[in-house]
Design a protein around this ligand. Structure first.
Ligand code: MN
Length: 269
């Protein structure tokens, strides 16, 4: 085991990561688990152990073959989970764990990250007014927001998003004339929950963080409710991450349908 302040690395079944000695009521660590660990069994077992121990945070498979864990809670509980990560469940083979102390983030659950929560679609819609409809699959329907200016990849742009009626999933592929206007499928893909609050409870509470895997929209976004009532108002904001594009205008730069290839103007000809 080798340690520098706040950072340790050790082989399985090695020395314990000394958190119990801290006076803090709550601690947080980020761990990277190396070995044959990316099967779904490892993540499921980690969730079970974390919940049993009273640890909050998340577990996800990383692109480099490791499993990453954010764990926070009472020091003894976090240490117990870290010890579990060093051993792993049956059918996994842990080569080592790198652990780093990080700030407590205020998670309210322990969840698997990096797995789809459903599909999303953004339809550009010309009706009485021109707008973009952002729709997220929740419980078998598409929760929907009308975004007059459309989404942005610039974290500095806060876009008004008016909550509108749920749509059926069958509408997701619709493209064509509608009334005196029309619709194109401007973007689509899958999304995952990204916040500290269970999904979809985060939507009920008016602050939802999610990660989009679309063709145009990528990375973290937040929907923040600013006004309740019959037509709740929200702000749609790009989170600051590697996918953010400050100064960009994705609606102007990429106007074409991701299914038919035409712009809404071309469709309406
Ligand atoms: Mn609409």
């Amino acid at each position: 085991m080798s340690c520098v302040p706040g950072r340790c690395s050790w082989a399985p079944r090695g020395a314990r990561f000394a958190l119990v000695a801290t006076n803090a009521k709550e601690v947080a660590v980020r761990a990277a688990v190396r070995g044959e660990v990316q099967g779904v069994g490892f993540r499921d077992a980690t969730v079970t152990r974390a919940r049993e121990a009273g640890v909050r945070g998340w577990v996800r498979n990383a692109d480099d073959g490791t499993v990453r864990v954010h764990a926070e809670g009472p020091p003894a509980a976090v240490e117990e989970l870290v010890a579990f990560l060093g051993e792993g469940p049956r059918l996994s083979r842990v080569e080592g764990v790198d652990v780093e102390r990080v700030k407590v983030e205020g998670h309210e659950q322990f969840a698997v990250r990096g797995v789809s929560a459903g599909v999303f679609v953004v339809q550009e819609h010309r009706a009485t007014a021109h707008h973009f409809d952002l729709r997220l699959e929740v419980g078998g329907v598409m929760r929907s927001w009308a975004v007059p200016k459309g989404p942005s990849m610039d974290p500095g742009q806060k876009r008004l998003a008016v909550e509108v009626a749920d749509h059926g999933m069958g509408h997701n592929d619709f493209e064509g004339r509608l009334g005196t206007g029309g619709v194109i499928v401007w973007d689509r893909g899958t999304y995952e929950q990204g916040g500290r609050v269970p999904w979809p409870e985060a939507l009920d509470r008016g602050h939802a963080v999610f990660v989009l895997h679309g063709e145009k929209l990528r990375g973290g976004f937040a929907l923040q409710r600013t006004r309740e009532g019959e037509k709740p108002q929200w702000l749609l904001i790009k989170r600051r991450d590697d996918e953010a594009r400050p100064g960009s205008d994705v609606v102007a730069e990429q106007p074409r349908s991701v299914t038919g290839g035409q712009t809404l103007d071309e469709l309406l000809g």
